[in-house]
Design a protein around this ligand. Structure first.
Ligand code: ZN
Length: 402
């Protein structure tokens, strides 16, 4: 009827106008990743959009701090009883380390210049940049969890167990890149008893299980238990790929190790690749018993944390991303630089090259043109292979050394 159509058309008009305006104002906040490789917890103050904010970074941990992509950010911390200050570049990684003189200093993890340049569109700041006071919102990824017919517990017990594990994993991602994995459904599938090979199990899982109503389905198979030597315990095919499969039943693994395997696969889902850093959850071979230690912290290396934050930021803004190639050219250029840097440090692992190919065609890379020479810093974490691309000088703040 005419009287009801008119208002509906008006509503539609407003919706379209809002979407267009949102599309035009597509611009992102940036992030700074700070890792603590020093022997003590580090306290620092970072000044960016939200004004000065205090942070404490536990030993071996890292934090991801949203900063302005446009305005300069600064960091201050205490070293040898005096205040030290540096400028921070947006979308960059830094680490604290013990100096040979027993003090504390900060080093930038170098990778190619194009990646340290944030995408500055000629567009107004994002809502978050305008507000500035609180953190960017957390985006959710709906997940369906499945056990196969070999699962030994009753439904309630395995669902509680896997839900708790996903929540523990999700807390790590929320802290690192403001993404939450949320259970929206449980189900089971019949796995073929004749299959003992992981890759064939994956094919069977993909064929049998539809992803709906989730974006991501995670299958926990208890199909085959004997494991000798290096065995594939989990896998997915690409970032944003809707299937992850992990081995569940094995007397060889503790719950902490199972959590680590899940975080590793979800890291791949959000764009992380294999890391040469021996304590990173993205090291190529897990099950090395590190996760059994009470002091061990399941977490990401700085470059993978940065990659996931960039992917997560675009997912927050655009939502419907199903492949890396759908990311904006600016983000894909940054990811390529990060993957190249990681790949250089772990040349025998195919993951970074595979993810670079998933980024699609991009302009030829500039080879580290913007980097200043490596600073020979005595006592710095020189053995960290991921820094092999070169560390760069930090710009001290004038007047910060009091
Ligand atoms: Zn992996």
């Amino acid at each position: 009827m005419p009287y009801s159509r008119q208002p509906r058309a008006t509503t539609l008009g407003i919706v379209i106008a809002v979407v267009l305006a949102w599309g035009c104002s597509y611009a992102r906040a940036a992030v700074v990743v700070l890792a603590n490789r020093a022997s003590q917890p580090v306290r620092c103050e970072i000044t960016s959009l939200a004004g000065p904010q205090e942070h404490t970074i536990a030993r071996g941990d890292l934090i991801c701090v949203p900063v302005s992509a446009r305005d300069e950010s600064r960091i201050a911390f205490e070293a040898d009883g005096s205040a030290v200050g540096y400028h921070l570049d947006p979308n960059a990684c830094y680490y604290f380390f013990d100096t040979s003189l027993g003090g504390l200093n900060l080093q930038k993890i170098g990778y190619s210049e194009e990646a340290s340049t944030p995408p500055l569109d000629d567009a107004p700041a994002t809502q978050w940049e305008k507000v500035g006071k609180k953190l960017p919102r957390v985006s959710k990824i709906p997940v369906k969890l499945l056990a196969d017919d070999e699962e030994r517990m009753v439904a309630k017990a395995w669902q509680d167990r896997l839900r708790a594990r996903l929540e523990a994993a999700s807390a790590i991602f929320e802290r690192t890149c403001r993404i939450r994995f949320e259970v929206v459904a449980f189900d089971t599938w019949d796995s073929d008893d004749r299959i003992t090979d992981f890759n064939r199990s994956m094919v069977e899982f993909e064929a049998e299980v539809p992803p709906a109503p989730a974006r991501l389905v995670i299958g926990f198979t208890s199909q085959y238990s004997p494991m000798t030597g290096q065995t594939k315990v989990g896998g997915t095919r690409a970032a944003f790929y809707p299937y992850v499969l992990v081995r569940e039943w094995s007397q060889h693994y503790t719950e902490a190790e199972r959590l680590e395997m899940l975080v590793h696969e979800l890291g791949h889902y959000l764009g992380a690749v294999h890391s040469p850093e021996t304590t990173s959850v993205m090291r190529p071979v897990l099950g090395d018993r590190q996760a059994r230690l009470r002091s061990f912290r399941i977490g990401f290396d700085p470059l993978n944390a940065l990659a996931m934050y960039l992917v997560g930021e675009e997912y927050r803004i655009r939502g419907n991303i199903r492949r890396l190639i759908e990311l904006s050219p600016a983000t894909r250029l940054q990811l390529r630089s990060i993957y190249q840097e990681i790949g250089r440090a772990i040349p025998n692992d195919p993951a970074s090259a595979q993810y670079i190919s998933l980024l699609g065609n991009l302009p030829a890379a500039t080879q580290h043109t913007g980097l200043r020479p490596v600073v020979p810093e005595a006592g710095a974490a020189a053995s960290e292979p991921v820094d092999s691309g070169g560390s760069v000088l930090l710009r001290p703040l004038r007047g910060a050394n009091k």
